[in-house]
Ligand binder design. Structure first.
Ligand code: F6P
Length: 527
């Protein structure tokens, strides 16, 4: 039975029809307790779902849908290490990266391995910070360049920027992802090779962008220092020890992790080594503790009060019953400015799939397009569309109640604006017909949003926030009946680029190319 044939699915479709005249403003007027009924806190994250187009019946029916899709069983299989990433024949065990204890004795040795790598990261990062581990010219390192892309980049760089204001850095961290030369050369041009350390972060150690950037970094280093300097100036973080060794990184500079860590779920593996250096191992531990607190909540709380489950199911409510295929992530905090990009990969690479687990084309939508910018900047770009376009787009507002500066005025304006936006989306504006251009000034309102609030933006709360969205993705994948942990769609473009690349440099025949591709290659050659 496909998902749309489930009685629970059909009940939701019917319920949606019954809610045709539902108005959020009326729901608040009728029920003084609406805010508290649809709000709860878990692992330090307060979630207010009350500005969503939901009633208690909606929640009950969504939970019925989760039950009909065997979500509880899927959670157990995930937790126990079954090979739920079937198309790659792998278990999916990223919660073990932050587990203080294995969920079963079969997973004890995995947790022991994780702890050993964590301990190595602690010792190595402290040695780097304290200047014990020194450069080829016997100097303390001043800068670290983390080279990686996708899941080997987005999480560490997002977290570094978010938590940097809380730390006095001894060592500056830089991140390079794009194969565009501007990124790596702009970074290298500011650095001194004698005091620069590189981390090559790649699960596979084969990714084109990372390999090319790593090679450029190596060339830059040995142009200025003896070639054996790479032994002191490079670390590798990967699942493929041999490839890192073959590249020239000595074994004691390689930190491995397991195949069961998906790329976009790998921030808390040794992919996060840079965070140990830039923010300290204690901060890295605190991130893991925050994530573990959310894991514990996720695996134990009833669905009626389970934060990742609600976030996932309310997302499904809009995608599948309102046919809304976008989700706006609006962190009202400059420190979280890279969060939307991080969530884009997490959600869209996981659940942007077109067939169910049996390989049948889906007759319903899956992952929405995730986009976002920090507030208040987003208000001055695309929020116009959110308020008035017919295509209403749900929003996740993310607020932090603290800020590291003494000045309160900025922060109060920031929060006032976040609250104003969620309220404006809900209430809209309804000028009288005598008002000139009243149609243009009308704002329909009744547009939904969720507000997530962190008391303090610190390592614990950020760890919990990351785990919250990770588990949201898991639940949605189960309900949509897709494999969330593979990413076959990204392979084709990589293969084609390998065929096009030699044609850019050669004078060879382009007749195997379509005429559009051919004309651009020709123009490039003539430019
Ligand atoms: O191209 C997609 C992808 O495979 C992601 O899933 C992954 O996070 C990224 O590339 C980087 O891969 P790697 O860590 O193996 O370099």
């Amino acid at each position: 039975m496909t998902r749309t044939q489930l009685p629970a699915w059909k009940a939701l479709a019917k319920h949606k029809e019954q809610l045709a005249n539902f108005r959020l403003t009326e729901a608040f007027t009728k029920n003084d307790d609406r805010a508290s009924t649809f709000s709860f806190e878990a692992a330090g994250i307060f979630a207010d779902f009350s500005k969503n187009l939901i009633t208690q019946e909606t929640i009950d029916l969504l939970i019925n849908l989760a039950a009909a899709c065997n979500v509880t069983k899927a959670m157990q299989q995930f937790r126990q290490g079954e090979k739920i990433n079937a198309t790659e024949n792998r278990a999916v065990l990223h919660p073990l990266l932050r587990a203080s204890k294995a969920p079963s004795s079969e997973l004890n040795s995995d947790v022991t391995d994780v702890q050993a790598v964590k301990q190595r990261m602690r010792v190595l990062s402290e040695d780097i910070i304290n200047g014990k581990l020194r450069s080829a010219t016997n100097q303390a390192f001043t800068d670290v360049v983390h080279i990686g892309i996708g899941g080997s980049y987005l999480g560490p760089s997002m977290i570094y920027e978010a938590l940097k204001p809380n730390h006095t850095a001894n060592i500056r961290c830089h991140f390079v992802a794009n194969i565009c030369a501007n990124e790596i050369f702009d970074t290298l041009n500011t650095l001194n090779p004698e005091t620069t350390l590189f981390i090559i972060a790649s699960k596979t150690f084969t990714t084109l962008e990372t390999c090319q950037n790593a090679q450029t970094a190596k060339n830059w280093l040995i142009e200025k220092l003896p070639s054996n300097a790479i032994h002191k100036h490079f670390f590798g973080v990967t699942t493929d020890l041999q490839k890192a060794l073959d590249w020239g990184i000595p074994k004691d500079h390689i930190l491995t992790f397991s195949e069961w860590v998906g790329g976009r779920f790998s921030t808390f593996s040794s992919i996060g080594f840079v965070l140990n250096i830039g923010l300290g191992a204690d901060t890295f531990d605190a991130l893991l503790q925050g994530a573990e607190a959310m894991d514990t909540h996720f695996f134990t709380a009833p669905f009626e009060k389970n934060l990742p489950v609600w976030l996932a199911l309310i997302g499904i409510w809009y995608v599948n019953f309102f046919n809304k295929s976008n989700l706006c992530i609006a962190p009202y905090d400059h420190r979280l400015r890279h969060l939307p990009a991080y969530l884009q990969q997490l959600e869209m690479e996981s659940n942007g799939k077109g067939v169910d687990k049996n390989g049948h084309p889906l007759s319903y939508n899956t992952c929405p397009v995730i986009f976002g910018e920090p507030g208040t900047n987003c208000q001055h770009s695309y929020f116009q569309l959110l308020h008035q376009s017919p295509a209403f787009i749900p929003v996740d507002f993310i607020l932090c109640f603290d800020q590291p500066y003494k000045d309160k005025t900025h922060h109060q304006w920031l929060i006032a604006n976040a609250l104003a936006q969620s309220q404006a989306l809900m209430v809209g504006q309804h000028p009288g017909t005598s008002e000139p251009f009243y149609e243009h000034k009308t704002i329909p309102g009744n547009r939904p949003s969720t507000t997530l609030a962190l008391n303090t933006l610190n390592a614990e709360s950020l760890g919990a926030l990351i785990a919250l969205y990770e588990h949201k993705v898991f639940i949605q994948g189960v309900v949509w009946d897709v494999y969330s942990f593979d990413q076959w769609g990204v392979e084709l473009g990589k293969q084609i680029s390998k065929k096009i690349h030699p044609q850019l440099a050669s004078t060879g025949n382009l007749s195997n190319q379509d005429s559009s591709t051919r004309q651009i290659i020709q123009r490039l050659k003539e430019a």
